[in-house]
Design a protein around this ligand. Structure first.
Ligand code: FEO
Length: 406
């Protein structure tokens, strides 16, 4: 078995999950990896473990390097089960001298595994643990991704083990950023941030400022999912900087669902209006696009226009699903508007506007509703809605104040 060495004596010993297609509602079409790392020093240290189902794969990789019983310390950077599911089995086999975790990690490990007698060693931001030739230092990263999360930094190698942060869900045989297709890497890192991290953007912003203030030299970032950033670790921190500041790309998305194609006709007319004012757009029909791919495009989009007919006094289920999902992730600083056809009650536009208002997004148009099938005049109203969205977006991007009209 080929060993993957990140730096002298530091190995990747994780597992590749080619099968998973869903992570809490996020479509992981390319699978994922659960990364764990082994540091050979006076105190042999394992950084994180893997999902329980992949523990034997990880142990096999460790055995290829050393006898697992020689591991002295295990660092638990994050308690979510894709990283700690295998921990009870590993602890039983290895009998480590120390189980290093954050204060919240200690609490969460007890609440998951109920093992009071594990050799916990609790660390906080700025604490250090010597493992011989190397020193590990710790930075708590609460809510990236859970309250227990932390980073572990190896000073001597300028190597940051970043746990969930800076990762992506992508099963590959390659382990490093310079070995994979850069286009897919960009898509998958964007998708990961959009669907997992967006909600925690304020915490990302604070953390990036804190790391910058600490002036840690970083030669490599080794996350717990996806590839290791050895060629250009600054690339992913620059992306996180843009995303946590809600920077957008000057494009619009028209996101819609349709029952008898009336709302689809309206969507096309809205798109025409956007285009006429020079705002490029992408259409997402929710019947053929997964919520997490739409959310990926929404992360950087400057404007979102939602179209949905009324069903049973509300939205169609796929639009309700998407908006509820997006609401949980709390994107910010976007221009939005809604439209939709209806038969007799017509509440969908109102309900969509209420959800967008809750999100504090800027609703630039009260919305267009059409009973049954749009005629030419209705479609002109939709074109005008598109024009309004485009003009409002351009004003917003130019730094002008744009107020919600709903
Ligand atoms: Fe990869 Fe929050 O777990």
């Amino acid at each position: 078995m080929k060993k993957t060495e990140l730096a002298k004596g530091i190995y990747w010993v994780g597992a590749i999950d080619w099968l998973t297609r869903d992570f809490h509602g996020y479509s992981t079409n390319r699978g994922t990896t659960y990364n764990a790392y082994l540091i050979i020093d006076e105190k042999i240290t394992l950084i994180d473990t893997v999902k329980e189902a992949y523990r034997s794969e990880m142990m096999h990789r460790i055995r290829n390097i050393i006898d697992p019983k020689k591991i002295d310390y295990i660092v638990v950077n994050h308690v979510e089960l894709d990283h700690s599911g295998g921990l009870p089995g590993v602890v039983a086999e290895v009998q480590p001298e120390k189980l290093i975790c954050s204060k919240m990690g200690h609490k969460a490990l007890l609440q998951h595994f109920h093992q009071e007698d594990w050799p916990f060693h609790v660390v906080g931001t700025g604490d250090e643990v010597s493992i011989g030739q190397r020193t590990l230092s710790f930075i708590e990263t609460r809510m990236l991704h859970w309250p227990d999360s932390m980073f572990c930094y190896v000073k001597e190698d300028a190597l940051l083990f970043s746990n969930d942060a800076f990762g992506e869900h992508w099963a590959t045989s390659e382990r490093f950023d310079d070995e994979v297709d850069p286009g897919i890497l960009t898509y998958e890192t964007t998708k990961y941030y959009a669907n997992i991290i967006t909600l925690y953007s304020p915490q990302v912003k604070k953390l990036l400022a804190q790391v910058e203030e600490m002036q840690l030299p970083i030669k490599m970032i080794a996350p717990d999912h996806g590839v290791i950033w050895r060629k250009d670790p600054a690339r992913i921190t620059r992306d996180y900087q843009r995303w946590c500041n809600y920077e957008t790309n000057g494009r619009a998305l028209v996101i819609y669902d349709t029952m008898w194609e009336s709302t689809q006709k309206m969507a096309k007319a809205v798109a025409e209006g956007l285009h006429a004012e020079g705002l490029e757009y992408t259409m997402f029909d929710l019947s053929v696009n997964h919520r997490s791919d739409v959310m990926t495009a929404a992360l950087e989009a400057s404007a979102l226009v939602f179209g949905c007919p009324t069903l049973n006094n509300g939205m169609l289920p796929r639009m309700a699903d998407y908006l509820y999902y997006m609401k949980g992730l709390r994107p910010a600083k976007k221009i939005v508007a809604c439209f939709g056809s209806y038969g007799w009650s017509g509440e969908a536009v109102k309900h969509m506007n209420e959800m967008l208002n809750d999100l504090k997004l800027t609703i630039c148009h009260p919305g267009v509703r059409v009973q049954y099938v749009p005629n030419h005049s209705h479609l002109r109203e939709c074109v005008e809605l598109g024009r309004t969205v485009a003009k409002s977006t351009q004003a917003f991007l130019a730094g002008e104040t744009v107020d919600s009209v709903v």
